[in-house]
Design a protein around this ligand. Structure first.
Ligand SMILES: [Fe+2]
Length: 140
């Protein structure tokens, strides 16, 4: 069963952003599932961990490029929230995963749950504020 389920309440009214959010949840779900297996394949675990981190960064920079293009008025506050997430991922997960004695299974599960939960809260609390602004600029 999926841990993170996108539903219309998460729609920000911009198709590209909604699709990216759905893909973000999907990678997080796959990583949660594999990290909860009894003896997960180490390479698959590491690959998915990397994929989730890379996709998260890619997604946040997509939003930010729209903010710059439209001169979005709430960009500073929004980018600060992205920065806090990026900092958490780097310090709490990516760096820890590189240590020789890292508990990969545990770190991978925590990273997936943290990221999916963060995205749920971030969509509802912050992304939804840009809907009207994006729509006015022709993005729906
Ligand atoms: Fe955002």
């Amino acid at each position: 069963m999926n841990t993170f389920v996108w539903s219309p309440e998460y729609s920000v009214g911009v198709q590209l952003v909604d699709e990216q959010h759905q893909h973000f949840f999907s990678i997080a779900n796959t990583l949660v599932a594999i990290s909860r297996e009894d003896d997960p394949d180490r390479e698959s675990l590491l690959n998915l961990f990397g994929e989730l981190g890379d996709y998260a960064l890619y997604h946040l920079s997509t939003e930010e490029s729209f903010f710059r293009g439209f001169e979005y008025e709430d960009a500073a506050e929004h980018v600060a929230a992205h920065d806090a997430y990026r900092e958490m991922i780097a310090s709490r997960f990516t760096n820890e995963m590189q240590k020789p004695d890292a508990d990969m299974k545990k770190l991978a599960e925590e990273m997936a749950v943290y990221s999916g939960t963060w995205l749920q809260d971030h969509i509802l609390g912050m992304d939804k504020k840009f809907t009207a602004f994006f729509n006015v600029h022709g993005f729906k």
